[in-house]
Write a protein that binds this ligand. Structure first.
Ligand SMILES: [Ca+2]
Length: 396
């Protein structure tokens, strides 16, 4: 196992690095000795089984993004001391994680090297409540263009809004290139924010109802919708409503997208109180909020393929693998699997607190915690990127 700690601003010279590492280790040991015996909420939420390897320093926990710890070895990676990551991207062996405060963390999965990349945008990122720098997805031609797309909250004329932009990676910073769509209604709650490119090559975005349910039924509002656009921000000619970004409507706060191998499109959505939903999304359909929720039905409205009943998941990022949807759950603090054919859910993993996103890559699933978002109980390593073999059901 090798462990490398890199500070904001890039790489350190090896000699400086070793000196700093020595100081950090000393500080960590002293701090650890001083605090041994305390039992607090952090210990209770931090149930990882490699506790003995944890040589973190106290400052790292407090400053979040300024000091990130990567542990690599045997083809595995674990990353600690992230700060409210929202989206996982992986290009070859490199991870790009968006963080809600407004940064991207680039991590070399082979060597554990980290860059904390600034996001250089023309409107200030409004990191308040559930808002901030949310969805982030690499362009299909990222290898050549270094481009990505992002969804972020901002404030304009005293109102909280969201917008979708393209960015380019230049000199270790993500610089805004174009605004694809702005003036998407926002709030401190229910901003949606998931951004993914579908199998049809279009960019899909989820928006929340901003706490005003009636907007989800209003086809003239971009709130409470799933939106679809060309990668240049234009409205595709085959969108279901003429001259509209709206692909589906009647959504409360969807935050997860996944497509199966047939191209069927699934989305996860937060219910009002429990009754969280998995919906099969089709062009032009109405998913019912706020008229119906859970398994209620109504004419011309589509009920979910599965709803959580009295359980609260607060579902966010999704991924598809081998007939199953894997769903990150915040309040549920687990990864849930949904078997599409059997229409059954199971708990796959639940050892790390609030989970925001999942990514499946070969035989592994990666997830990120959201324990520092003011709704969790952060552990000593939070927030974290965690790798779990798909073959291994880790839950208790
Ligand atoms: Ca619904």
């Amino acid at each position: 196992m090798k462990k490398i700690r890199i500070f904001r601003g890039g790489f350190l010279k090896k000699s400086s690095f070793l000196t700093i590492l020595g100081i950090i280790s000393l500080v960590a040991v002293v701090w650890f000795v001083n605090t041994t015996g305390e039992h607090n909420a952090e210990d209770e939420t931090d149930q990882s089984n490699d506790e003995q390897q944890d040589t973190y320093n106290k400052e790292a926990v407090q400053v979040g993004a300024d000091s990130i710890e990567v542990v690599t070895g045997d083809g595995n990676i674990a990353v600690n001391h992230l700060f409210i990551p929202w989206t996982i991207n992986k290009h070859e062996q490199t991870f790009y994680l968006s963080q809600r405060e407004g940064s991207v963390i680039e991590i070399d999965g082979d060597f554990g090297l980290v860059h904390v990349q600034e996001v250089d945008v023309t409107e200030n990122i409004q990191h308040e409540g559930e808002g901030g720098f949310l969805g982030f997805t690499l362009a299909p031609d990222f290898e050549q263009t270094k481009k990505a797309f992002a969804y972020h909250t901002y404030e304009k004329d005293g109102e909280i809004q969201n917008r979708i932009i393209s960015l380019k990676l230049q000199d270790n910073a993500w610089v805004e290139e174009e605004v694809l769509l702005d003036n998407i209604p926002g709030n401190v709650i229910h901003n949606g924010g998931r951004l993914k490119i579908g199998p049809d090559g279009m960019l899909y975005a989820s928006t929340g109802d901003t706490g005003q349910g009636e907007l989800a039924q209003d086809l003239d509002s971009l709130a409470g919708k799933i939106l679809r656009m060309n990668l240049n921000g234009n409205i595709p000619e085959d969108n279901p409503f003429e001259n509209s970004y709206v692909y589906s409507y009647g959504h409360r706060n969807p935050q997860g997208f996944a497509w199966n191998n047939n191209g069927d499109f699934y989305s996860s959505e937060h219910g009002e109180s429990a009754h969280d939903e998995i919906n099969l999304i089709k062009a032009g359909e109405n998913y019912g909020w706020p008229v119906i929720e859970g398994d209620e039905t109504a004419t011309n409205m589509v009920s979910p393929v599965y709803q959580s009943g009295d359980d609260t998941w607060a579902p966010s990022g999704m991924a598809y693998h081998d007939g199953q949807l894997f769903i990150a759950s915040l309040a549920g603090s687990k990864i849930i699997t949904y078997d599409i054919e059997k229409k059954e859910v199971e708990e796959f993993y639940g050892d790390a607190g609030r989970l925001r996103d999942v990514l499946i890559d070969n035989e592994d699933i990666f997830t990120i915690t959201s324990n520092q978002d003011d709704r969790g109980e952060p552990g000593k390593k939070d927030d974290r990127l965690i790798q779990i073999p798909l073959t291994e059901k880790v839950s208790n």
